[in-house]
Write a protein of this length. Structure first.
Length: 170
């Protein structure tokens, strides 16, 4: 069975009954997969990206139990140990686990994004969070300016949230 599909099944099991969280990570995964493929990410980097997209918020449950908060800061601390357990049980390669855990530990840190997998994960998460959080057009325009760098991510952002008066992406 495909490794990404195994991770997807494990994450759905991890969040059994929490439809909102399951739908969130599945949407982030969909955007990350598409952006990664369309931006030409090498296969090994796409594997890491796709697994990270599925597991990026794995720290929420333990953050809520421990801190009564699902803040990004807490997720970045609590997520890597949870991901390591889940991915180790699936016999994911240690190098993949290490990079996925690093991405989880930084997916709410936007200051210096350099690697493509990191950039794409952040963009995919924003594409979903903008809708889920009901952000205003000025906030979306600021996010585009401050965060988005890939051609595909920008195209998706504009098509979803910033169409011009003719309904086309700007």
């Amino acid at each position: 069975m495909n490794l990404v599909a195994q991770v997807e099944r494990a994450m759905i099991g991890y969040y059994t009954g929490d439809v909102r969280r399951i739908n969130h990570f599945l949407k982030v995964y969909g955007f990350a997969k598409a952006i990664g493929e369309l931006e030409g990410l090498p296969e090994n980097e796409r594997l890491v990206l796709e697994i990270a997209a599925l597991t990026h918020d794995i720290g929420i449950r333990s953050s809520e139990l421990k801190y009564h908060s699902s803040s990004g800061e807490h997720q970045q601390v609590e997520g890597p140990p949870e991901a390591e357990k889940l991915l180790s049980a699936l016999h994911v390669a240690p190098a993949v686990i290490s990079r996925v855990c690093w991405l989880i530990a930084h997916h709410h840190t936007y200051g210096v994004i350099q690697q493509a997998d990191y950039q794409i994960l952040v963009e995919a998460d924003f594409l979903v969070n903008i809708h889920e959080d009901g952000l205003s057009r000025p906030a979306i325009e600021k996010i585009e300016s401050d965060i988005f760098r890939t051609d595909t991510g920008i195209t998706f952002l504009r098509a979803l949230y910033l169409p011009n008066e003719k309904g086309k992406a700007e």
